[in-house]
Design a protein around this ligand. Structure first.
Ligand SMILES: [Zn+2]
Length: 93
């Protein structure tokens, strides 16, 4: 599953920082588009970020995401430590 996020930036001096910030959070820069005059204050910068998100039902060795709040919980947990909801864990059947 892919997640997309489109960001509009008004001041190009902030873009480098912004991209770094998003990359640290797992986003990849997909498209960078500028409309208007690059040097003018009227220029608008659009950044499109893309992130691969694991399917909520996918089970990993360390656990799986809570269907309610997406926090990773262990397979043996009977309730989510974060939101407190009752959990079932996926089986292979
Ligand atoms: Zn939860």
């Amino acid at each position: 599953m892919k997640k997309w996020k489109c960001i509009q930036v008004h001041h190009h001096k902030n873009i480098g920082e912004l991209i770094e910030e998003y990359q640290n959070d797992g986003w990849n820069l997909h498209t960078y588009q500028v409309t208007g005059d690059w040097l003018a204050w009227t220029a608008k910068h659009f950044l499109l970020f893309q992130k691969d998100v694991k399917d909520a039902k996918e089970v990993s060795s360390r656990g799986y995401p809570c269907p309610y709040c997406q926090v990773i919980v262990t397979l043996s947990a009977k309730s989510c430590p974060n939101c407190g909801k009752d959990l079932y864990y996926p089986t292979d059947t």
